[in-house]
Design a protein around this ligand. Sequence first.
Ligand code: GRF
Length: 204
Amino acid sequence: MTKRIVVVASGRGSNFQAIIGALERGSIPAECVALITDNPKAYAIERAQAANIPVVVVDYASFATRELYEQALLSALKNARPDLVVLAGYMRILGQAIVREYAGKMINIHPALLPGFTGLHAQRQALLHGVKIAGCTVHFVDDSLDGGPIILQRSVRVMDDDDEDTLANRILIQEHIALPEAVRLFCEDRLTIEGRKVRTRLTP
Ligand code: GRF
């Protein structure tokens, strides 16, 4: 059955665009029923409008407390009735209520080979550490920081003359492959979480 996807993004939305592209090509058996953003200036909004995807802005700045913001975000999510929530450049840490509500149904893309380099500026952390291989990870979201069960990873080489931008761009190309691929596997019911491990069935 066609799955209902909700994408949550805070900014540029290039990963969101990669999902839109895959949906338009028919490579994911799903419909994107909403973009939810915490940032009224997010470029992701324009991408959603161009693809006729409804936009819900839950403007972080307009709430008196973080708790009130989280409640509003949870109701926006519930209203959209998602089978899968995709965090595609959502730049905040989610509260426990939302993480619990969507346990096993929420995935995130992180620009590092987890469990290394969690949190912000992952590419900078990788460069400072001197790693030779970097990459990205798509994982289920649990209540740890970038620590949930890993669905898939893609790697890139780190070049001697890389700076944060060149490395981030090389990783981003792989993110745009990894995230739609993980969404497709989820929507084809091919992923099973067993403790820390995600098993992937080879055929739909
Ligand atoms: C990506 O690098 C993603 O891994 C990280 O934030 C960035 C978002 O980029 N979580 P975009 O908004 O998808 O272009």
